[in-house]
Each structure stands twice: as C-alpha cells, then as structure tokens.
Design a protein around this ligand. Structure first.
Ligand code: NAI
Length: 335
C-alpha cells in the first residue's frame, strides 16, 4: 500500500460531502492501493452533523482509511493536503439576489484561497464544487498568488455525465459507448453541452440523433437537469455530484487515456474565450494531475454563439466580484 495522502473536503457534513467522503474512503478516487488521511472541514454549525459522519466513516471500517480529522480551521484542514475538494458554500437563501450569493461565496473562497496559498503543499490540486463553481475557483486562485491558476479546477463533470447519459438513452446504447461529449463554459443554465464531436459506439452522434432533438430537447434538458432533480427529489443533486467529483479527480490523478473530460480551467484565450475566466473545455488527463486542453476543434456558427453566451455570463460574474479580488478593491481596473 502507498503511504497516506491527505485529502481535504470542505462542507463535509453536507449532502454532497456525505456521499463523497464514503467513496473517497473506499478507494474509488485515488485507487485501491492508496492509503488516505481525510481532513473534514466544516463551519461551527456543521460540526455536530460532522461528528455523525465521522462515526459512520469509522463504522464503514474502510481498510484504506488511515486517519480522519475534523476542523473549522482552514490552515489546519488544508495543511499538507494533496487534494482539496471545496464543496461547502453558502446556499441561496430566501430573497437573496444572485449578486448577494456571488458576494457571500466570493468571501468564503477568497479566505480559502488565502489559506491554500499559505499551507498547501507544492502541486496540491483543488477541485471547486461549491457554486457558483467557476467564479469561486477564480476568486480562490486570485487569492493564492503563489499557486498556479491551473491548480484550481471547477467541476463541470456532472454536466458531462448528465449529457452522456442522455445521449446514451436516446441512442439506446450503454453510456460507456458514448464519448467526446463536451461541456463548454459555466456550470449554470448557460452552459453549452456540445455533441458536435461526440461519438456513439464509434459513429458520429450527429449521424444518429437529429439536430432538432439536440437543440430542442438535449441542450435545455442538460442545462436544466439540476432543477429537474430538485423538483423530483425535493433536494439538489448530491450522490451524482459526489460521483462526478470522484470521476474528475480520479481521471486527473490516475489518467483516463485519450478520453475527453470537461473541466472548467483558467482560459488561455483558446477558442477566443476571454483570458483568465474559469471556462469549461474538453481536456485530456494524463495522470498525476497533468491535463491539457483539447485544441483546435472546428467550431460551427451555432456552437460559437452558444460558447459566447456562457462566456458573457462568466465575464459578468467575474465583474460582480472584481472588488473582492486583491489589487482590485473597489477600483474599475482593466483586466
Ligand atoms: P449542503 O447545504 O447540503 O452542504 C453544504 C455544507 O457546506 C454544509 O454542511 C455547510 O455547513 C458547509 N459549509 C458552508 N459554508 C462553509 C464554509 N465556509 N466552510 C466549510 N463548510 C461550509 O449543500 P450540498 O448539496 O452538499 O452542495 C454543496 C455545494 O455544491 C452547493 O454550492 C451546490 O450548489 C454545489 N453543487 C455543485 C455541483 C456541480 O456540479 N459543480 C452539483 C451540485 C451541487
């Protein structure tokens, strides 16, 4: 067995956290030969339910689980953690505007970015799940000037999985036969689930499903799948979100061959997307957290329009938290 790696999870007593920590402990994220030290981070109010989660982790008797600790202190929680899954966030309360939600979460992720900057080991990996995930990743990264922006990834893997599952259902094939589905942009209703390059059993998806189904059913359904789950379950997606986080980190760390995995990463201007926003693109994961963006895909007119729409939303989100970024306090600075 490999010596323990520390994995930190914020919001560990929440719905996603509850599903996530069990699966990390079982070895599904980092492999069946990797010992794990779990560092669970919660708010003061979260500490009591977290004690229950810790009891259940103990009762799970996971052979790979070396140690479990709980804290409200970010430096203690993130210190020495090779992987940091930032799940905890402020939910949208009654009467709260989207801008208020942005600001409340920007504050949390600014603090977390600062703590990571101080205590994260070189090469630590950060997956931001808490919403608004893309902009939270941007805020955290701006507050961690000694870290590479690329160390911060916002999760759009759940959207990719939802899109792949929906295409598989339509094509009447198992989901494993579907690949190269792309999520562009924001983890929000403006995201663009793109089937232009997707394949079903090695054939072009577009030769199997028609354009009308893609524009009228597929795209809006993927964009609004979160709301569909809330309507049915009375609570937001949790087990599937945890599953997506496991898949995203596992693929990044252990590699997933030449498969395309959508991740929201800092834009470098590729595809004409504004520099420095966290924008979901297809990536290829080589393992050991080396990933590269899939480059030079042909983009048709419809796709370009959809990609710009979600880019605009991300720019507006960035602008709404700009005053909270170091060096930009209250000032209208050019980016
Ligand atoms: P939840 O409300 O059940 O749990 C959140 C937990 O985070 C709570 O236990 C809370 O005490 C804790 N928390 C809040 N602020 C914290 C802080 N500053 N530090 C540490 N812990 C903190 O929420 P749930 O369902 O687990 O969702 C968590 C987040 O993930 C939400 O923002 C949700 O919108 C987002 N989400 C993202 C998805 C994605 O695909 N990127 C998919 C589904 C949810």
């Amino acid at each position: 067995l490999l010596p323990p790696l520390k994995v930190a999870v914020t919001g560990a007593a929440g719905q996603i956290g509850y599903a996530l920590v069990m699966r990390i402990a079982s070895g599904e994220m980092l492999g069946k030969d990797q010992l794990i030290d779990l560092s669970l981070i919660e708010t003061d109010q979260g500490m009591s339910p977290l004690r229950g989660v810790m009891m259940e982790l103990e009762d799970g008797a996971f052979p790979l689980l070396n140690k479990v600790t709980a804290t409200t202190d970010l430096n203690e929680g993130f210190g020495d953690a090779a992987f940091n899954l930032l799940v905890g966030a402020t939910p949208r309360g009654p009467g709260m505007e989207r801008a208020d939600l942005m600001a409340a979460n920007a504050k949390i992720f600014a603090e977390q970015g600062k703590a990571l900057n101080d205590v994260a080991p070189i090469g630590a990996k950060i997956l931001v799940v808490g919403n608004p995930a893309n902009t939270n990743a941007l805020v955290a990264s701006h507050n961690a000037p000694d870290m590479w922006p690329e160390q911060f990834v916002a999760m759009t893997r759940l959207d990719q999985s939802r899109a792949a599952a929906l295409l598989a259902e339509k094509a009447d094939v198992p989901v494993k036969d579907v690949d190269r589905v792309i999520i562009w942009g924001n983890h929000s209703a403006t995201q663009y689930p793109d089937l232009s390059h997707a394949r079903v059993g090695g054939k072009w998806a577009k030769s199997i499903v028609d354009d009308k189904w893609i524009t009228d059913d597929f795209i809006p359904r993927v964009q609004k799948r979160g709301a569909e789950v809330i309507d049915a379950r009375g609570a937001s997606s949790a087990a599937s979100a945890a599953s997506a986080a496991i898949d995203a980190v596992r693929d990044m760390q252990l590699g997933s061959g030449d498969a395309w995995q959508s991740n929201a990463i800092p834009s470098d201007g590729s595809y004409g997307i504004a520099d420095g926003i966290w924008y979901s693109v297809p990536t290829v994961c080589h393992g050991d957290s080396h990933y590269r963006r899939v480059q030079k895909l042909p983009i048709d007119e419809f796709s370009a329009k959809m990609m710009t729409k979600t880019e605009k939303e991300l720019i507006a989100e960035r602008d709404s938290v700009r005053h909270l970024l170091p060096g930009h306090e209250g000032k209208p600075v050019s980016w």
